[in-house]
Design a binder for this molecule. Structure first.
Ligand code: SF4
Ligand code: SF4
Length: 367
């Protein structure tokens, strides 16, 4: 634990490169969720050229101080060599926090991969978050896959067993609140608390260009009330957490406070650090500040002409070259000057981590 804290602190203090990256590790997915914002990529996955393992290794070698990697996709565990990728960042970038959402579609394969990640990154905190958007057939219909709910149940049971072997493993559950499950959210919350094992359960606000445009139409006040209830129930249930788990929860809670404030009043609440302290890398190595800016450009909410900071394959796999480019500087400045704001949870968590003026609220949640 001492080593983890030291490495995390070194990563945090290194401000030349972002400390947080969301990595869309594969474009392939075996679900077809109605509220997915990445459907265009997923539907064209066969035509894409995902980064090879050797290319990811080069990226990791050129990315010092990357304390947190959040994998995404597609379904990350569908990538055959996925279980070997965290180790690259663990060894070369000093990463000590890995988070990975999963649709739970292949429990046996996922358990094997999680075990391997826990073994090869023993000093890292590893967080697996299972998606759950409904009970039984409702979940299968929203996620576009038969039998998926049974996989969620099986994986949850097995992850709970695995946690006994690996204290560095944490299990979360998350629900995307959309029009597809609005009205049933409290039943889902009750069900989840009764039947599943987890460290945290949270609700995410549907975002981006959803495949079914109706899915994004939800009542903000209902969302805010539900988030508060999720938090209250999770806090009640909370057992002994590691210090990393406590800090992670406190950051998430503080970020959610700010998102709720911003959404209820439809206003900017704090400078966004996306592009500076956080970046998103897609499966082909294209770097952007976040997952939302492109949607803002497409809908006219942002006056930028592109959200692309640069491409790893054109910059010797070196994040520093990309961030030093004129294009990257222009986008980061625009985000700051335009007081860009949105409800993206990961970006807001990074804002909390890198904005000391937000820490009093963070400390309140921590204790
Ligand atoms: S599981 Fe995730 S990536 Fe796959 S379709 Fe659903 S939301 Fe999209
Ligand atoms: S406020 Fe949202 S859309 Fe704007 S840069 Fe930050 S994360 Fe992206």
């Amino acid at each position: 634990m001492g080593n983890r804290l030291l490495t995390l602190t070194q990563g945090y203090l290194n401000r030349r490169t972002p400390g947080y990256m969301i990595f869309f590790v594969t474009p392939f997915c075996d679900c077809r969720c109605l509220m997915c914002f990445n459907r265009e990529v997923i539907d064209n996955a066969a035509h894409r050229k995902p980064l090879l393992y050797e290319e990811i290794e080069k990226i990791a070698r050129n990315f010092p101080g990357l304390h947190h990697v959040n994998f995404s996709g597609g379904e990350p565990f569908l990538r055959k060599d996925f279980s070997k990728i965290p180790q690259l960042f663990y060894e070369h970038s000093g990463t000590r926090l890995f988070a990975c959402p999963t649709n739970s579609s292949h429990p046996d394969r996922i358990i094997q991969a999680v075990r391997e990640i826990c073994e090869t990154c023993p000093d890292a905190w590893i967080r697996i978050t299972q998606s759950i958007d409904g009970i039984g057939e409702d979940h299968n219909a929203i996620r576009g896959k038969k039998g998926l709910f049974d996989c969620v149940v099986k994986l949850n049971r097995e992850l709970d067993l695995l946690k006994k072997d690996y204290p560095n493993l944490s299990v979360g559950m998350a629900m995307v609140l959309s029009q597809l499950n609005e009205g049933k959210e409290y039943d889902i919350l009750d069900y989840v608390h009764e039947h599943f094992h987890f460290d945290d359960f949270g609700a995410l606000y549907v975002r981006g260009d959803t495949h079914d445009p109706e899915a994004a139409k939800i009542n903000t006040r209902a969302y805010v009330a539900f988030v508060e209830e999720c938090r209250r129930r999770t806090d009640q249930k909370a057992g002994a957490k590691s210090w990393t788990g406590k800090l992670f929860s406190a950051i998430t809670h503080r970020a959610t406070d700010l998102i709720m404030e911003s959404m209820l009043e439809d206003r900017y609440v704090t400078p966004c650090k996306a592009g500076k302290n956080m970046v998103v890398m897609d499966d082909e190595g294209t770097i952007s500040p976040c997952e939302v800016l492109d949607h803002f450009i497409n809908t006219g909410k942002s006056t930028l002409d592109s959200a692309v900071l640069g491409r790893m394959r054109e910059n010797d796999y070196d994040i520093r070259k990309i961030l030093d480019s004129e294009q990257a500087r222009k986008i980061v400045k625009h985000i700051c000057d335009s007081k860009c704001y949105c409800s993206f949870e990961c970006a807001m968590s990074v804002n909390v981590l890198y904005s000391p003026r937000l820490w009093p609220g963070l400390i309140r949640h921590l204790f």
